[in-house]
Design a protein around this ligand. Structure first.
Ligand SMILES: *Cc1c(COP(=O)(O)O)cnc(C)c1O
Length: 388
């Protein structure tokens, strides 16, 4: 018998905190109970037909059957630049300030490999999308976590970070609108972040996957690149996944500082060979013509948000009404840990929500609801929770 040992980088991964809840889910499912999953951040609505049609046409072109360019087709990068101009008023040079990604997760996961040396440190605002930390560790770096709490409006307190810490940091990961807390960031936060990053020569990696899932057109979430000086220090990761219901397609982009974009491109050149060009062509169609659809999806999520928030209020569950994302970040009732409460809800109602501590220690005492089921199912879930 062979005996293989996982590399230390895998052994060092934090324990998978959803294992216990997955087990309970299987138990509950086995009893025949109707399970409603509000656990995952994956849109339930299908990709718009015109995007599927664009893929269909592009798939028939033999030129698209060959290796793509690892940085992406110029047509896709130009469509990204045009979209950034139209949506954020941000000018990007498609040639060296945009790189196509096989989903933004791919770019986020590869980015630390380009700029983190063994022993280098990255700051990560937490609770967080887990990839920032694991990717930093995979590159040999260490992570110092910046807690996001109700008290700080789920924004890292940049002033409380010591000069010594700023000096030791190579990069900082932030994500607004935020998964899992659904928080948005005010202008002053981005301005201060850019000033600190410039002062201490720290790379800012901004994950902007949810900028198009907002509910008040007067308060559209912003790109960090809208702020003066951002291009000196920042790379922004974005994606077509959440905007156009394209999570399965694997298409996203990184934009911003050309040195940072080139560094990521260098890793990609050695790891993958880019996204299928037909998918990139469909992505061009989405970026050019997808806005009316994004508008429709926002209205659907808003309706779901309102249904869920009203029910949570009735049930006495503390939460902020989100201005963006399709998540609601809720406090567990007094006396319950995240795991206890989530397990109780699942056992008694068959509704799956995500324990907050799974996203990092400051998430303890919270749970996340995902609005990615049809409104009717959400109403069913809500009535079960209210009667809990
Ligand atoms: C969904 C998500 C992503 C990545 O999505 P891709 O499909 O890889 O583009 C990135 N960051 C956050 C916070 C997300 O929730």
């Amino acid at each position: 018998m062979s005996n293989f040992h996982l590399a230390k980088r895998l052994a060092a991964l934090p324990p998978y905190l959803f294992a216990a809840i997955d087990k309970v889910k299987e138990e509950v499912r086995a009893t025949g109970k109707d399970i409603i999953s509000l656990g995952i951040g994956d849109p339930d609505l299908p990709t718009p037909d015109f995007i599927i049609e664009a893929l269909h046409q592009a798939a028939k072109n033999p030129a698209n059957h060959q290796y793509p360019s690892y940085v992406g087709m110029l047509a896709f990068r130009q469509a990204v630049a045009d979209w950034y101009k139209e949506r954020f008023g941000v000018s990007l040079n498609a040639a060296d300030e945009v790189v196509a990604l096989i989903g933004s997760k791919e770019g986020i996961a590869h980015f630390p490999m380009a700029f983190i040396n063994p022993g280098d440190m990255a700051l990560v605002a937490t609770p967080n999308y887990p990839v920032y930390g694991s990717a930093t560790n995979f590159a040999g770096g260490t992570v110092e976590y910046l807690p996001l709490t109700d008290e700080n409006d789920f924004l890292p307190d940049l002033d409380s970070i010591s000069s010594d810490t700023w000096k030791r940091a190579t990069m900082i990961f932030v994500n607004y609108p935020n998964n899992p807390t659904a928080a948005t960031a005010p202008d002053a936060f981005y301005q201060k972040l850019i000033a600190k990053a410039r002062e201490f020569n720290v790379i800012v990696a901004h994950d902007a996957a949810y900028t198009e899932v907002y509910f008040d057109p007067a308060k559209k979430p912003r790109s960090i690149l809208e702020f003066p000086g951002a291009k000196d220090v920042a790379i922004e990761f974005h994606s077509l996944s959440k905007t156009y219901n394209m999570t399965g397609w694997r298409i996203g982009m990184a934009v911003g500082n050309p040195q940072l974009v080139a560094g990521l491109g260098k890793i990609k050149e050695n790891v993958d060979s880019g996204a299928f060009q037909a998918v990139q062509e469909a992505g061009v169609a989405a970026l050019k013509h997808g806005e009316p659809y994004a508008e429709k999806y926002r209205a659907i999520y808003k309706e779901r948000r309102d249904v869920m928030c009203a029910a949570l209020k009735k049930a006495g569950i503390e939460h902020h009404v989100p201005e963006a994302t399709f998540y609601i970040w809720c406090k567990t009732p007094k006396g319950f840990t995240s795991a206890d409460f989530v397990t109780k809800v699942l056992r008694q109602t068959g509704v799956v929500v995500t324990p907050g501590n799974g996203f990092g220690t400051p998430g303890e005492g919270y749970f996340r609801i995902s609005l990615t089921v049809p409104t009717q199912r959400l109403e069913e879930a809500v009535s079960r929770i209210v009667n809990l």
